[in-house]
Write a protein that binds this ligand. Structure first.
Ligand SMILES: Nc1ncnc2c1ncn2[C@@H]1O[C@H](COP(=O)(O)OP(=O)(O)OP(=O)(O)O)[C@@H](O)[C@H]1O
Ligand SMILES: [Mg+2]
Length: 357
């Protein structure tokens, strides 16, 4: 199937500086794609290029088989919603949402019914005559979303749409955006530097760094199979162990870190090769006594933090190796006692991600 959105080799330089560096990806219709990356990595610049507010130096952008190169921003079937979405303060909710529609040839009655539909969609029915200053942060945010959706764009670009909201409201709004997106089947690109937001929202995630798209995959792929240390470290908590490949043992590799570690991997390594072993916190078990499991060693518990559903520990093992681990409170474990000063960690060979050193 031909991709609905096709982005090919897009680059943007400011002087000698590459803000966007040869970015390519395709999206299918109805995807909710998140662009994730640290501040300054080029996310907003890429969106501005797609919206037509910025001209790229190289590359092409097609929607539904149509090249957008010579299409004016106003004529693109694209809408963009910025982090600091500005509602018109003197206009009612109705007039804010219908602003773009009133510039088309749509009859008034049609505009009215479209706005009512949108208000229902964002759960603000009955608020059409209110002024923005009488709305809560989350409500304003939903008016902005309705306004962005009013002209039924084929592609909606959201640049950190939730950044201004507090944590609880953010997560509620995330689910709401997801529901609305599913209902409409509009293709969304959501820019965020909040990796949790990306995990919950997206069908797929693109991780950017220094203008480049480093990895693209489903949230699960990005979390469980990061291809570089940068991605592993940026998305979620992780601990790294420096190691050297010792020996191939049929289905496993024996690697020497501070302690010998067995790794299950289909990759081919050279004996003597340096690698980085990465472990997600929830893949490491902490017990008060040795279990006899593979990949087990003694640790000192440095500190812990209680998170309601679980406790996060920082521990230190042989040769000063530091690990972050997370014990869910529904795992029956004596190690969940905060009094514990030392313990034993173990992790399965399958849980280890092997990265280039
Ligand atoms: N008009 C411009 N002239 C020169 N440099 C620019 C211009 N616009 C952006 N840049 C630079 O390009 C880089 C990417 O900027 P961009 O706004 O795309 O980052 P971002 O990923 O959106 O970051 P943030 O998460 O902080 O919003 C930055 O280093 C920025 O300073
Ligand atoms: Mg930005």
């Amino acid at each position: 199937m031909a991709p609905f959105i096709s982005i090919k080799n897009i680059s943007k330089k400011y002087g000698n500086f590459s803000a966007v560096d040869n970015v390519s990806f395709n999206l299918q219709k109805g995807e909710l794609f998140s662009l994730l990356g640290p501040s300054g990595c080029g996310k907003t610049t890429l969106l501005r290029i797609l919206a037509g507010f910025e001209v790229s130096n190289t590359g092409s952008f097609e929607i539904d088989g149509h090249d957008m190169d010579n299409v004016d921003p106003a004529d693109r079937p694209v809408n963009i919603m910025f982090q600091h979405y500005a509602l018109f303060p003197h206009m009612s909710v109705f007039n804010n949402i219908s602003y773009g529609l009133r510039r088309t040839s749509l009859p008034k009655s049609e505009i009215k019914s479209r706005v009512e539909e949108l208000l229902e969609l964002v759960r603000l029915s009955g608020m059409s005559e209110r002024k923005p200053k009488t709305l809560s942060g989350g409500q304003k945010q939903r008016v902005a979303l309705a306004r962005a959706l009013a002209r039924r764009p084929k592609l909606l670009l959201l640049d950190e749409p939730l950044a201004a909201l507090d944590k609880k409201l953010r997560s509620d709004t995330q689910f709401e955006i997801c529901k609305i997106q599913e209902q409409l089947g509009t293709t969304f690109i959501v820019v965020t530097h909040d990796q949790e937001e990306a995990m919950t929202l997206s069908t797929r995630i693109g991780v950017m760094n220094e203008g480049k798209l480093i990895q693209l995959g489903t949230p699960k792929e990005i979390y469980e199979q990061p291809q570089t240390s940068f991605v592993a470290d940026f998305v979620g908590e992780i601990s790294f162990l420096e190691a050297v490949v010792k020996e191939n043992k049929n289905t496993h590799w024996l690697m020497q870190a501070a302690v010998p570690i067995y790794v299950s991997s289909d990759s081919n390594f050279n004996v003597g090769q340096k690698v980085k072993l990465a472990l997600r916190p929830e893949k490491i078990s902490l017990t008060s006594r040795p279990t006899g499991n593979i990949n087990e060693f003694k640790v000192d518990i440095l500190d812990f933090a209680f998170y309601g559903a679980g406790t996060q520990y920082r521990v230190i093992g042989p040769e000063g190796v530091k690990l972050k681990l997370y014990q869910s409170h529904n795992q029956p474990s004596k190690a969940n006692s905060p009094m514990l000063k030392t313990g034993f960690v173990n992790f399965s060979p399958e849980a280890i991600i092997v990265l280039e050193s």
